[in-house]
Ligand binder design. Structure first.
Ligand code: R5P
Length: 291
């Protein structure tokens, strides 16, 4: 097995390789002046199980093209098996035609991944309308979760109250709360656009002196968290930490959250200042039976 980092896997691929005691190599990737992608393997992949590590953040579409180029090149160079490890996998929220004429982007992405890979590993996929990865991919798929690591992080916090900012967040918030045995409340969220959200709490909870932990799978614009904190402040909440698996943080979201005095913690599925929870061991462990 060889662990190969694509351009957006550099923060974690080497750690995974070290933990598995396997060869690590970095894909050579650059852009031509007209923004086309150049890519080269600097290791012999013939007859090897190639694990490509790519996290789809930032310029997501470039990441997609690069990943497909890499997989097809590995096959062309004689790789025996090609596995995708995606600490963060994109387009999972584009799984439905919300308005007539819209593209169901996830279908195109999944079709190409099916074609080019033998297996896929995804950390905390945003499964919402599609219940499992088996509904999305034809190839063997593995869903990994950072919940045990989030549990370990929160366990140390006294007088904790866990809040899930919307119904889907129960998969993280409620499950983590159940493991720790602490109180949890799930909010109701109404989203009118990618930027506008409204939240409400349908349950009475005592927020006084509580360490309030808002747990969700991802933070993108940060507006879900900010609206949640606004509501909870009105109800008497004072100390807030937002914990997510995937810290996407678009448009200065992190600064916005900090200005609202919200402490933020994320997993390192996406690198960044607050990516403090390391998921590399969890990923390495899940790959052990492929060695
Ligand atoms: C949505 O269902 C997700 O779990 C997140 O709550 C959402 O994507 C966060 O987005 P934003 O930070 O832009 O409000």
């Amino acid at each position: 097995m060889i662990i190969i980092s694509c351009s957006h896997g550099l923060h974690i691929a080497k750690k995974i390789a070290n933990k598995l005691k396997k060869t690590y190599s970095k894909l050579e990737v650059r852009q031509f002046p007209d923004s086309e992608t150049y890519l080269k393997f600097n290791v012999n992949v013939k007859n090897k199980t190639v694990v490509l590590v790519q996290s789809f953040y930032g310029n997501v579409n470039d990441c997609v093209i690069e990943t497909l180029f890499a997989a097809e090149t590995a096959a062309d160079l004689g790789a025996k098996k090609i596995i995708l490890v995606a600490p963060y996998f994109p387009y999972l929220r584009q799984d439905k035609r919300f308005k007539p004429g819209e593209c169901i982007s996830l279908r195109t992405i999944a079709k190409n991944i099916d074609e080019d890979f033998d297996e896929v590993y995804i950390m905390d996929p945003h499964l919402h309308r599609e219940k499992t990865l088996k509904h999305i991919f034809k190839i063997k798929s593995h869903k990994l979760t950072a919940n045990p690591l989030i549990v370990n992080y929160i366990k140390k916090i006294k007088n904790a109250l866990i809040i899930g900012p919307d119904v889907e967040s129960y998969k993280w918030a409620e499950k983590v709360a159940d493991k720790i045995g602490c109180e949890c409340a799930i909010l109701e969220k109404h989203r009118s656009s990618a930027y506008d959200v409204k939240v409400k709490l349908n349950k009475k909870v005592d927020l006084k002196d509580r360490n309030i932990l808002i747990v969700d799978d991802m933070i993108s614009t940060g507006n879900t968290i900010i609206e949640t904190v606004k509501l909870l402040k009105k109800m008497g909440g004072r100390k807030f930490t937002a914990i997510c698996v995937h810290g996407i943080f678009v448009n200065n979201a992190l600064e916005k959250l900090r200005r609202n005095r919200i402490n933020v913690v994320a997993c390192n599925t996406i690198p960044g200042k607050v990516a403090k929870i390391d998921v590399s061991t969890l990923i390495a462990d899940s790959l052990k039976d492929k060695i």
